[in-house]
Write a protein that binds this ligand. Structure first.
Ligand code: GDP
Length: 370
């Protein structure tokens, strides 16, 4: 499954956030077959639709879908030049599907900034740049290697693929040399395929987490550090999620009622971990289909664009192999008409074949040969 890696300079609050994620973690009983690595935090994806379906179907069990965060270890500074731990940092990022970049946006004299400057001296843009620069340099090395090779083939053999790759590399190279991430470049659809095959770090989707002081989390729009992070993120079309990692750690200890009360007292609608989970889920192009019956109401994750047999395979590979058709209705129709029966009577219960592109919120029932 797809995972988002948590990165950031030392002392910005990564471990605190990752702790909160692990503590808020999915109830293991619901996912008996999941094996979780120690550097992975598995959380349930918040989804109000499950509550509604549970009210309607009174199932024995309600099971949310899950999302995995990966804690990225290693040394950041000098990673692109480095051996050992620095390389490990880059290698770990290479393995994740998206980057969650945690940035310090809280003042606290007791917490040192990495570069040995005063603890109180916080500089989000400088921090972002430090990390991004390592990724940019690593990408520049990969691009330069291919550039020389592909240039020759493109010139001498007029090979179509090489010509396309060369034009992609020529677009990316100056941007990296200018200290910017490759994700700031616009590509055509054809070019995007080539970009994928380059496995660069700075083309991975990213979102920034502004870790603000526990005293300011309710009024984060007025924090200057947050504004700086938002402005920078806008240049990469990236989203920003504002949290206080300290608060998240406290929230993760509370039961549902206490949590609601605590969030309200802070002026928040939902926890930072919940916001972050939703944002990361969308960043990766993930969506949810549902299954609903008296035994179980359940949410499942699929990648947007998947067709019905592939989504059946999310539940079980036999469902995909033996796929005949899907009987489906949209969650919105179910709510509008009030019951599955009413949806059918309205002619809104659909039979869909193997070419059906599943939509977020589809309630699916698969028919298959065993
Ligand atoms: P990491 O090195 O990025 O993993 O950072 P840590 O999570 O270990 O945090 C470094 C220090 O910052 C610790 O002393 C944390 O308690 C503190 N810290 C983390 N988040 C917050 C926050 O939201 N507010 C304040 N005041 N301190 C925080």
């Amino acid at each position: 499954s797809l995972t988002a890696g948590i990165v950031g300079l030392p002392n910005v609050g990564k471990s605190t956030l990752f702790n909160a994620i692990t503590k808020a973690g999915a109830e293991a009983a619901n996912y008996p077959f999941a094996t979780i690595e120690p550097n992975v935090g598995m959380v349930e994806v918040p989804d109000e639709r499950l509550d509604k379906l549970t009210e309607m179907y009174h199932p024995k069990k309600t099971i949310p879908t899950t999302f995995e965060f990966t804690d990225i270890a290693g040394i950041v500074k000098g990673a692109s030049r480095g051996e050992g731990l620095g390389n490990k940092f880059l290698a770990n990022i290479r393995e994740v599907d998206a980057i969650i970049h945690v940035v310090r946006a809280f003042d606290d004299e007791n917490v040192m900034r990495e570069n040995g400057r005063e603890g109180a001296f916080v500089d989000p843009l400088d921090d972002i740049e430090t990390i991004n620069l390592e990724l940019i340099l690593a990408d520049l090395e990969s691009v330069n290697k291919r550039f020389t090779r592909v240039e020759k083939i493109a010139r001498t053999q007029k090979d179509k693929d090489a010509v396309l790759e060369f034009s992609v590399l020529s677009k990316i190279k100056p941007v990296l040399e200018d200290g910017k991430s490759a994700r700031t470049v616009e590509f055509t659809e054809d070019e995007q395929k080539v970009v994928k095959s380059l496995f660069l770090l700075t083309t991975k989707p990213v979102l920034y987490v502004a870790n603000v002081s526990e005293d300011e989390v309710g009024e984060s729009d007025s924090i200057d550090y947050v504004k700086q992070i938002r402005d920078f993120a806008a240049t990469e079309n990236a989203e920003v999620v504002v949290i206080s990692a300290k608060i998240e750690e406290e929230i993760a200890e509370l039961d549902d009622d206490e949590k609601a009360e605590f969030l309200e007292s802070l002026g928040l609608q939902e926890s930072g971990v919940a916001q972050l989970t939703k944002a990361a889920y969308h960043l990766l192009g993930l969506a949810t289909f549902l299954t609903a019956g008296e035994k179980e109401v359940r949410a499942w994750t699929f990648k947007r664009g998947m067709k019905a047999p592939q989504t059946a395979g999310v539940i079980h590979s036999d469902f995909e192999k033996g796929f005949i058709r899907a009987v489906t209705m949209s969650y919105d129709d179910l709510i509008t008409y009030g019951s599955e029966r009413a949806v059918r009577e309205a002619g809104r219960l659909r039979e869909e074949g193997k070419d059906y592109v599943v939509q977020d919120g589809d309630i699916m029932e698969f028919r298959f040969n065993v």
